[in-house]
Design a protein around this ligand. Structure first.
Ligand code: 26W
Length: 822
């Protein structure tokens, strides 16, 4: 990777004395902390030593940040999230501390290549997709804009599964990211809390016979033990803490059972505790509905709340001031049992009355909704909830009584509307609605793009919004430019610095100065050279891993994200088939060479998503082998899409595919990463695409298809996809080819049901949008054919994407939700 030096300008110029000192420090760490001599050290040992050296520097800032927050009695932000998709951390740390070039040189002087050891660092894949990656960007931005914050989550021993492709099918393998140890984390055995499950609730009477307190006597108990990872902001400004909980048994071994010869039973407690932090549920957007999942949710929530309360009490001695000193954020509904748990802790443990506790709770919590998909809205069967969390069930009923009373008193709601506001779903199996619980217990509920927030008000939370009209607000997502531009695209970063200087490194708003360079032919040439180098880097990875040869001068068209029907990878693949057909039928036309990349994981239980992966691979095999389209069209499915692969693919894209059915993608954040790296977007008016168009300008983005409102109207008006398909010869032919087994001769019926689903219902409106999509792709080709025009548009995208920095998002959260300075 020679990109950093291609445009010179390291973030800091190395000084020889610094480098010698650093090299000595690395050797010290290697010897005294890894326990190895340079002559026998493996590449992993060097990686560990390098991390330990940068970690030492971070710790100095960490101690300072923590002390400062305490001394200033600053309000703290607590971000509760079941997922933190942080990826690799070493480059982040080097870059944010301005040590990248010094470290490169120091390691180099010891015969170690930074770029080689960097690729050995495992990805901390403690998340599924957008929601988890957003939490990671937010952690980095909170440290950067100087918000004292703690992230709270679970230290999964097995994060997101590793995806292998075998005969075109997805195979899931466990990812063991902790195999070589984790030099970033600090185990805090002294910071451990008891977590109970099951059992009974007793009412303990006061002396005068009045009902005084509820005492929950759990049947099972485990410990949550803290593991802390420092999170460093830009220029090392502030270091915050990501605190992840691991399950530990109260009794590691049941000695009585062991001595009685039951050697397996003796480990029962240990196994149960271990299970809590063993795996990340890999379903993104459909609830697992499993008891273990609810246990995980309660496990990390109660540990975090106990920790927060302990910190607050030790500093302030009472809990009424909690809302002034702590903002607790619920990242989706996964931690929303926190509403009942905080009520329990305040009332049952700290003796506060219900009304006061309810005021504290609402003043402290805020909740972000990340999806409108009905199947993704979490709810738990009442019998399960009651068995696992009997006291919380009582509290949920008490909150519900108060909520419904409030709603009825307004006189504004009929019976059906009241039923929708209720925390308990009463139709069929009774269930606890976690979204309603989070809404009721929070003073702020936000969506993640302007469109999504408006749809939230009209759909899932329409009735609760009418009851509490000031609670819903919008906070459009953002991404950290440190990882998603400075680090992953050193070439482009260097070029921008040459053009507009360094101000944008600290003030991303200054990136707009690049706009003037869109009209500068010499700059466009350099911009194109950087893009080409990034594409060559991706091509070499694909060649090495998959044995597919790609031409970096072709248009790189990329769709990478979780595989889901609403994201419409199928629309993209069908268009590839139609294009293939067109090129074969009209070889005389002037086709623009294109490589279509697809990548992403499917939930293991999601049949159609897995079939779509197989289809992408089947189509790729046929097209890539056909000499008739050689040099004009290639299709590549990149296995095991993750944060590290994203860091290579985002900078290498010419075209970003953001083609979800309008109204279904809450925001998207990949869309932002691509555009910031100079890809043009082809997309629907969905999620943040709407705002991206506003910022980059309608001329610099390719928008097609039905709007969210039109989708709703078509669905209500009895959408008949068969008729639509029959009037589109291109679409009909492509579907017929797939359905009849052209791409699956070994199993001609493989895609019959998938395709007949499009004829019968086509919930995601693939057919309705197909012609518009295909026509827009031909417009893309036309602009691509005029490279000065294409490059000018790409440069304008880069220049105008600064607003999508997660620093901006976090400042808005800080000022408008958390009430902390930023
Ligand atoms: C309970 C099962 C489950 C698991 C995960 C339901 C829902 C989810 C998430 C809400 C899925 C998710 O990651 N949503 C994405 O959040 C991103 C960050 O806000 C948005 O950019 C994406 O549009 C949204 O799909």
């Amino acid at each position: 990777m020679k990109l950093a030096s291609a445009y010179g300008l390291p973030l800091q110029t190395p000084q020889t004395s610094d480098i010698e000192a650093l090299a000595a420090e690395i050797l010290q760490a290697l010897k005294y902390r890894v326990g190895k001599d340079a002559t026998v050290a493996t590449q992993y040992d060097w990686l560990t030593a390098a991390i330990l050296v940068v970690r030492d520097r971070i710790i100095d800032h960490w101690v300072k940040s923590t002390k400062q927050a305490y001394e200033q009695s600053a309000k703290r932000v607590y971000y509760l999230s079941l997922e933190f998709l942080i990826g690799r951390l070493m480059r982040d740390a080097f870059s944010n501390l301005g040590m990248m070039e010094d470290m490169r040189a120091a390691l180099g002087s010891l015969g170690v290549e930074l770029d080689v050891i960097a690729t050995l660092e495992p990805d901390a894949a403690l998340g599924n997709g957008g929601l988890g990656r957003l939490a990671a960007c937010f952690m980095e931005s909170m440290a950067t804009v100087d918000v004292p914050a703690h992230g709270y989550g679970i230290r999964y021993a097995n994060g997101m599964f590793r995806q292998e492709i075998s005969d075109g099918w997805q195979v899931e393998l466990p990812e063991t990211w902790l195999d070589h140890g984790n030099p970033w984390e600090f185990e805090r055995r002294e910071r451990s809390f008891e977590v109970g499950f099951g059992g009974t609730v007793e009412q303990v009477a006061a002396k005068d016979g009045r009902l005084e307190r509820h005492v929950w006597r759990p049947q099972e108990r485990v410990l949550a033990v803290a593991y802390d990872t420092p999170v460093v902001g830009w220029r090392g400004n502030r270091v915050n803490t990501l605190r992840l909980w691991a399950g530990m048994p109260v009794d590691p071994i049941l000695l009585d059972a062991f001595n009685a010869g039951d050697h397996i039973g003796a480990l029962r407690e240990s196994n149960k505790a271990d299970a809590l932090s063993r795996v990340l549920y890999p379903a993104d957007s459909s609830p697992a509905g499993q008891e273990l999942r609810l246990r995980q949710e309660y496990f990390f929530t109660t540990a975090s709340l106990q920790d927060i309360i302990q910190r607050h009490l030790s500093q302030y001695g009472e809990l009424h001031s909690l809302p002034e000193k702590a903002a607790i954020h619920l990242n989706d509904t996964h931690p929303s049992v926190a509403v009942a748990e905080l009520m329990r802790l305040l009332m049952d443990v700290h003796g506060i009355d219900f009304d006061t506790a309810w005021g504290i709770t609402k003043g402290t919590f805020a909740y972000t909704n990340h999806t409108l998909l009905p199947e993704a809205l979490e709810s738990w069967p009442v019998p399960l909830f009651e068995r696992l969390l009997p006291r919380h069930m009582q509290i949920v009923y008490a909150i519900n009584a108060q909520l419904l009373h409030e709603a009825r008193t307004t006189g504004q709601f009929d019976g059906e509307q009241i039923a929708r506001i209720s925390l308990i779903e009463e139709n069929g199996e009774r269930r606890v609605r976690m979204g309603n619980l989070a809404f009721a217990g929070s003073h702020s509920i936000n969506g993640v793009s302007a469109l999504h927030t408006e749809l939230m008000k009209e759909t899932v939370f329409a009735d609760l919004h009418r009851l509490y009209p000031s609670r819903i607000n919008n906070k459009t997502n953002g991404i950290t430019q440190r990882r998603w531009l400075f680090q992953c695209n050193a070439g482009l970063t260097g070029l921008i610095r040459e053009a507009i200087g360094d101000r944008f490194l600290d003030d991303i708003a200054a990136l707009t100065e690049l706009d003037a360079f869109a009209g500068d032919a010499a700059f466009r040439e350099k911009f194109a050279a950087v893009k080409r180098a990034n594409k060559a880097r991706l091509a070499s990875i694909v060649a090495e891993r998959q044995g597919i040869k790609l031409d970096p001068s072709a248009l790189f068209d990329i769709q990478i994200k979780r595989i889901h029907e609403y994201k419409r990878q199928l629309l993209n693949i069908i268009e590839a088939v139609a294009l293939y057909d067109q090129i074969r039928s009209h070889p005389e036309r002037d086709w623009m060479p294109r490589v279509k990349f697809l990548g992403g994981k499917a939930a293991p239980s999601y049949h159609n998503a897995k079939l779509i992966i197989k289809l992408a691979n089947d189509v790729a095999r046929v097209i890539n082998r056909d000499p008739a389209v050689r040099g004009l069209l290639k299709v590549v499915f990149t296995p095991n899409y993750n944060v590290s692969l994203a860091e290579v693919m985002m900078p290498a894209a010419d075209l970003s595919e953001q083609i979800s059915t309008a109204g279904m993608e809450a925001s998207g954040t990949g869309n932002m990463k691509f555009a910031l790296n100079g890809a043009l977007t082809i997309g629907t008016l969905d999620g943040a695409n709407v705002e991206i168009r506003e910022h980059v300008g309608a001329d610099n983005i390719f928008i097609f298809g039905l709007t969210a409102q039109e989708v709703a109207e078509r669905r209500n008006g009895g959408y008949a996809p068969r008729g639509v398909i029959e009037t589109s010869p291109e679409l009909s032919q492509a579907l017929a080819a797939i359905s009849s087994g052209v791409f699956s001769p070994d199993d001609p019926n493989r895609y019959r049901d998938l395709i007949s689903g499009l004829y019968d219902h086509d919930w995601f409106m693939v057919a309705a949008d197909f012609d518009a999509y295909a026509a827009t792709q031909r417009q893309v080709d036309a602009v691509w054919g005029d490279s000065p025009d294409w490059n000018a548009r790409a440069i304008r995208n880069v220049a105008r994407m600064g607003w999508f920095s997660s620093d901006r998002t976090i400042r808005q959260y800080a000022r408008e939700i958390w009430n902390v300075p930023a």
